[in-house]
Design a protein around this ligand. Structure first.
Ligand code: SAH
Length: 392
C-alpha cells in the first residue's frame, strides 16, 4: 500500500541519516493539501528518494516517523513493534517475584512517537499522545494480546487525558480488553502500591523513579526524611522500609496524599505523616528538621517558551531546600522537564547552591531507568534527570 507523499526541501533529509523521528513543518516543500491529523504519509527527499513512513499532524512537528523502511502499517507492523518492546523488557528482567510494574512502551525510545504503555501486574494502561497513534489503537490492542498472551488481564485506554484538547473531547477513556475494578495492586522491589489508574495522574504511577527510589531507600536508615511532591508516596515507602526514623510526605493533591496513606498501610509499619499542602509553604518554617529531602516536582516547563520560568522555579525550590536541610543532609533533586536538559539542570543546581550559601558535594547523577529507553537518534527522550547532593 502506498501513502500520500511528503517531499522535503533540499538538505532536510540530513536528520534522517541519524534516524531522528520528527519532521518539522518548515522542512516540507510539498504535501497533499487534504492531509488530516493522523494520516499515514511517506516522506521523500527533494530528489524523491524514500526516507521514512510516519503519521501527519497539523502543528510544528508535522510528521512523526514510525518506520524507516517502506512498508504497510498493518497488524504485522504493530505486532513487531509491541513484541520487540516486550522482548527488550524481558531481557531487562524487570518482571520477577518482587516487581510486577514497568513501562512496556516508551514513545520514540521504542520506535513509535506518541505511544505510552504501562504494565501493572497484568493490567495495561495505554496512552496515545497523538491522534495518529490513537487511530491505531485496535491494532495495538491485538498486538498486546498476542505479545502478552494469558498474562494480560486488561487494557485500559487513558488517551482522553493525553491527547491534545482538539481531540480529547471526542474520545473517552475505558477498557479495550478485559476489566479491572478500580485499583490495581502492584509490587516494586517488594514494596506494595495501590494504583488508581482511572483517577490518578498520568497512567497512575511514576514508574520512571523506580531505581532512584531504591537508591533513596539505601540512605534512609535512622533519618528524618521529607518527601515533597510525593504523589502516592513512592519514595516514602522505600525510606520507611529501609528504617527511616520518620517520613513526611507532602503533595498539593488531597487524593494523592490519601492514596499515599493507604500505601503506607499496605507495607510494614513505619512512622509516617502525610500533608496535603504546597511544598514551598510547607518548607518555609522547617529549618534543621530533615536529614533527607526529596524534590520531585512536576514538569515546570512543558514547552520551550516556559523554559526560563521553569529554571527559576527549580532554582527557588532548591535554594529553599538547601537552606532548610540539616547539616550533613542529603537532597534528592529532580527535573522531568524535557526542555530543561541535564546540563541546564546541573547549572541551575550549582547556582542554587551558591545562592543558598551551603557547601555541597554531588554524590550521584540520576536518570530514567532502562524501561524508558533513550536512543542516540532521539536524545530529547532523556527527560528525567536528578542529583543527590550532600549538604555540609
Ligand atoms: N515522586 C513521585 C511523583 C511526583 S509527581 C513518585 O515517586 O511517585 C509530582 C507531584 O507533585 C504530583 O503528585 C502533584 O500533585 C504534586 N505537586 C504539584 N505542585 C505541587 C506543589 N506546589 N506542592 C506540592 N505538591 C505539588
Amino acid at each position: 500500500m502506498s501513502y500520500p507523499q511528503i517531499i522535503l526541501h533540499k538538505g532536510k533529509e540530513i536528520s534522517f541519516q541519524r534516524q531522528h523521528p520528527w519532521v518539522f513543518s518548515g522542512a516540507i516543500a510539498k504535501k497533499d493539501n487534504h492531509l488530516n491529523d493522523g494520516d499515514l504519509v511517506e516522506v521523500f527527499s527533494s530528489k524523491l528518494d524514500y526516507l521514512a513512513t510516519g503519521y501527519y499532524a497539523n502543528g510544528s512537528i508535522a510528521v512523526r516517523i514510525i518506520s524507516f523502511k517502506q512498508q504497510t502499517i498493518d497488524h504485522q507492523f504493530w505486532h513487531e513493534k509491541i513484541s520487540k518492546a516486550y522482548q527488550y523488557r524481558l531481557l531487562l528482567n524487570l518482571i520477577n517475584e518482587n516487581t510486577n510494574v514497568m513501562r512496556l512502551f516508551f514513545g520514540e525510545g521504542d520506535g513509535v512517537p506518541g505511544l505510552i504503555i504501562d504494565y501493572y501486574n497484568g493490567h495495561v494502561v495505554l496512552q496515545a499522545h497523538t491522534y495518529g497513534v490513537y487511530l491505531h489503537k485496535d491494532m495495538i490492542v491485538e498486538a498486546l494480546k498476542s505479545a502478552l498472551g494469558n498474562q494480560l488481564k486488561s487494557i485500559y485506554d487513558k488517551s482522553a487525558e493525553s491527547l491534545s484538547k482538539h481531540f480529547s473531547g471526542t474520545v473517552q477513556n475505558g477498557f479495550l480488553f478485559g476489566h479491572a475494578s478500580g485499583y490495581i495492586l502492584v509490587k516494586e522491589y517488594g514494596h506494595v502500591f495501590k494504583i488508581d489508574f482511572v483517577n490518578g495522574q498520568k497512567t497512575g504511577f511514576f514508574i520512571d523513579q523506580r531505581e532512584n527510589r531504591k537508591l533513596l531507600g539505601s540512605y534512609s536508615k535512622g533519618k528524618n526524611v521529607l518527601n515533597t511532591f510525593s504523589y502516592t508516596g513512592g519514595f516514602s515507602i522505600y525510606a520507611g522500609a529501609q528504617g527511616a526514623n520518620t517520613v513526611h510526605s507532602v503533595d498539593a493533591s488531597e487524593s494523592a496524599i490519601a492514596l499515599c496513606n493507604e500505601n503506607v498501610a499496605l507495607n510494614p509499619p513505619f512512622e509516617h505523616e502525610g500533608f496535603a499542602v504546597d511544598t514551598f509553604e510547607f518548607l518555609k518554617d522547617k529549618k534543621d528538621v530533615y536529614d533527607i529531602i526529596i524534590l520531585d516536582p512536576p514538569a515546570f516547563a512543558k514547552s520551550r517558551d516556559s523554559k526560563h520560568n521553569a529554571v527559576m522555579g527549580y532554582k527557588r525550590l532548591n535554594v529553599l531546600a538547601l537552606k532548610q536541610i540539616k547539616k550533613n543532609g542529603l537532597i534528592f533533586t529532580f527535573s522531568c522537564s524535557g526542555v530543561v536538559d541535564k546540563f541546564l539542570f546541573y547549572n541551575t543546581i550549582t547556582s542554587a547552591a551558591i545562592e543558598s550559601g551551603r557547601n555541597i558535594k554531588i554524590l550521584h547523577y540520576l536518570n530514567q531507568p532502562a524501561d524508558h529507553p533513550v536512543t542516540p537518534y532521539f536524545p530529547e527522550g532523556e527527560y528525567l534527570k536528578g542529583m543527590v547532593l550532600w549538604v555540609e
